[in-house]
Each structure stands twice: as C-alpha cells, then as structure tokens.
Design a protein around this ligand. Structure first.
Ligand code: UDP
Length: 412
C-alpha cells in the first residue's frame, strides 16, 4: 500500500474527494509535521495515527509519529488526568505531578531537535502536553489534539493542565460540547475509521465464520458484542447486566472483546472485575486479544447481530463507527462522541441504563427487518461522515489555514 493508497480510497469515496485532498496538500508539500502521543498500541489514537501518517506522507507531507515513554507512576498520573478530564473527581499528589513533568523533560531531551525544527506539531491528549514549554526554540505551529470527553472536566485537574495547553497555537476537539475557554483557535474535528485497514476491510464469509470455532461460539444463538479496552468508562459491568436482563427473553450470547493499552494501568483491575461478573455465564465470552488482532475484531463485528458501546463517557468511540461500517446498528451510551454517530432510532439507539440497553437488544433481535434497515443507514452515515478521507481533509484544511494565515481572515 504505497503509491496506490489514495487510488484505493478513490474506489470507495470517489475520485473527486481524492483530487480535493491532493489540491489541499499542495501548499503543504515537504512540510515537516510531527504527531506525538503516548502509545503505539491500544486505544483509538494509535489506531488513527497508524493510518493517517502514511496517508499524509503519500500526499507529500513529511509526516512522522513519535511516542513518549514513561514508567508506571507516569501512566498512573496520566490515567488520573484522563479520568479527571472525563469528570471523575480525583486527587493527584504533587509527587505524581512531578513525575509527569520530569517524564516530559526526559522525553523532550530526545525529541527536542525534531520538535523545534518541525513546521507543525500535533500533541495528542494530556500525556505529552508539557513538551511545548520544553521546546523554547520551536519554529513551527503547535496544536493540541484532545481526544477525550472534556465536556465537564474536574476543575482542579483541568486548571493544572490548562497552564500547559494555553501556550499552543490551536486546539482540536472532537465535538463542540468539548470546547474550552482557551486563548487560541479551537477546531472541531471528529475522528474517523479507515475502510481499508484490517479492522474494517471486507472479509470473506469463511474468515467471518472462523470466529465460531476459534472462540467456541454457538452458531444458533444471536451474538451481541462490545469491543473495548477494559476501562470503567466503557462500562463492561453495565453490558453484562444488560445481557443478563435480555437473556431472560431471548437466547443470546455476549462477547466482550478487549485488550489493555500500554498507557492504561487500570486495565487489569477492570478485566478482573469483568471476569468475576461472568463466572457463572457460559454464554458470555470475555476475549483478551493482542493489540494486532484487527482482523479478528473485524470478523467478530461482522459475525455479531448487533453491537453495544455502553460507555458512560466517550471522546468519540471508534468502535461505534467500525460496527456501523459493517452494517450493524449500535446500542450506545447517550454520551460524548457516541451521540454524534448513533442517530437515535435511525442508526441505533442511545441508552442510559442497562435496562434501556436490554429493551433495545430485545427489540432489535425480535424485529430483524428493522435491525437490517438500521444497519444499512448506519453504514451510509459512516460513509458520509466518519471515513479517514473526511478526517484528512479537515486536518489539511486546518494546516493550510494556520500555516498561511496572515491576517484576521482565513482564505482557503
Ligand atoms: N481495539 C482493539 N483491540 C481491543 C480493544 C479495542 O484493536 O482489544 C480498538 C478498537 O477496535 C478501536 C480502538 O481500539 O479501533 C478503540 O478506540 P475507541 O475510540 O473506541 O476507544 P478508546 O480506547 O480510544 O477510548
């Protein structure tokens, strides 16, 4: 997938979209653009960067991806940031905050030459946000890309992080509801999925069916699935509760497929809680998958009847778009980025409780025509709004606007 990558997208979204991307990228040719986050594996940010960087490169931009590294206490601190930004009141000790700052200092030593030279730097989420002040001779524009649901952040923690964020030249949030009071340009760019990645490409029926024997699934019982890191915000226990309520009325099996991200220290605890909750339920399959199990997740999504994403908070929820792209309706938590994707009663259902989820599970499994119709609408909605080509177009537009903005007005 090198020179023909964009041509392959043209097969899906049409030539016009691709030629628009090429035009937008022209004034950016040769620019040094660096993206920095904290993990190459696990979670939506890594998922997106794996695909976005090669595409930017194919468009002639010198795009790179760097990750910062830290020890246990660093991830403990940044997980607390994550929880606090999504509204949980958490105290963070000064010791942990010092580890955060020191870890950024150590990473800055290694990255400084590259970051100071770059024309544009995208810093993803809070983990590397302190790098900005540690690169005093930066020549380019720095953009903070926040993927988290910061609609109601826990104020003391946001106040601490804001002092790093205010220095950026712009911020990007996924939804208008997440925008903050900041002294710079804020843009709304929702994330996207890649229809050609192993996670989302078409699969043969044989490959889809292979999940039955591989995970000892019953081909005669409907499958409901949630794919997620084991994280409290994804509410795996709520999903299990919804399953237990639904199975009283309809034979059913539930798959909770997930893994842990290298920058998420709480995953194991939540996984243990989940395993305990399913101990007496042979039709609940908790699958701990390796980070490269993209085709397996793809096949599981395609083999399922419907998909759950019962998050309590969600920055975007790539798993929702992934499922919808496969023609599956999604029953999703009425929160954050899920609201953008699940159009209630059209591409799925928005729910707030396990009882609500159970009601919708029963409804869809009993009304197969409706299930199919919603699945088709879901796929069309993703085609229109949440593919990587739209995402790339918005990134390019922002880069052109910021790099060539010489006055109050932005001419595109
Ligand atoms: N994912 C995966 N393996 C897992 C769990 C999740 O590959 O075990 C992928 C999932 O398919 C999606 C991404 O990781 O592409 C998760 O992104 P999302 O926005 O749903 O949630 P996040 O983890 O970023 O909060």
């Amino acid at each position: 997938m090198t020179s023909s990558m964009l041509d392959a997208y043209a097969q899906i979204v049409g030539e016009t979209v691709i030629s628009h991307l090429r035009q937008l990228a022209e004034p950016l040719a040769g620019m040094k653009v660096v993206h920095v986050n904290s993990t190459k594996n696990g979670g939506g940010v890594a998922e997106i960067l794996h695909r976005l960087i090669p595409l930017k490169r194919e468009l002639g931009i010198d795009a790179r991806w760097e990750t910062i590294t830290g020890e246990g206490e660093f991830y403990e601190c940044t997980k607390k940031f994550h929880n606090a930004l999504q509204g949980t009141p958490v105290g963070i000790s000064n010791t942990l905050l010092e580890v955060y700052e020191k870890t950024n200092e150590r990473n800055a030593e290694a990255l400084r030459p590259q970051l100071e030279e770059a024309d544009i730097v995208f810093i993803h989420d809070p983990q590397p946000a302190a790098l900005l002040n540690l690169c005093p001779n930066r020549k380019g524009l720095w953009i903070w890309r926040c993927h988290i649901d910061v609609s109601k952040p826990y104020r003391p923690v946001w106040k601490y992080l804001k002092k790093f964020v205010v220095g950026f030249d712009a911020s990007i949030f996924s939804l208008p509801a997440f925008a903050q009071s900041l002294p710079h340009t804020q843009c709304i760019i929702p994330p996207s999925i890649d229809p050609l990645s192993e996670k989302n490409m078409d699969l043969s029926q044989d490959e889809i069916d292979s999940v039955y024997s591989r995970f000892e699934l019953d081909p005669d019982k409907p499958i409901i699935l949630q794919v997620s890191r084991f994280d409290r915000f994804k509410d795996p226990l709520g999903v299990i509760h919804a399953y237990k309520l639904s199975k009283k009325f309809i034979p059913l099996q539930l798959i909770l497929a997930g893994g842990t991200a290298t920058d998420d220290p709480e995953g194991e605890m939540v996984l243990n809680e989940t395993q305990t909750a399913v101990a007496d339920y042979p039709d609940i399959h908790v699958l701990l998958l390796p980070p490269d199990a993209h085709r397996i997740i793809n096949a599981l999504q395609r083999a399922s009847d419907l998909i759950l994403q019962k998050s309590i908070k969600e920055g975007f929820g790539l798993t929702v778009a992934e499922a919808m792209w496969k023609g599956k309706p999604v029953i999703g938590g009425d929160t954050g980025g899920i609201r953008l994707q699940v159009v209630n009663y059209h591409t799925g259902f928005l729910i707030n409780t396990p009882e609500g989820a159970a009601l919708r599970i029963r409804y869809l499994l009993h009304n197969r025509d409706k299930l199919r119709e919603m699945g088709q609408k879901a796929k069309a909605f993703v085609m229109e709004n949440f593919l990587i080509t739209r995402h790339l177009r918005e990134y390019l537009t922002l880069m052109v606007a910021l790099a060539h903005n010489e006055g109050e007005r932005i001419e595109l």
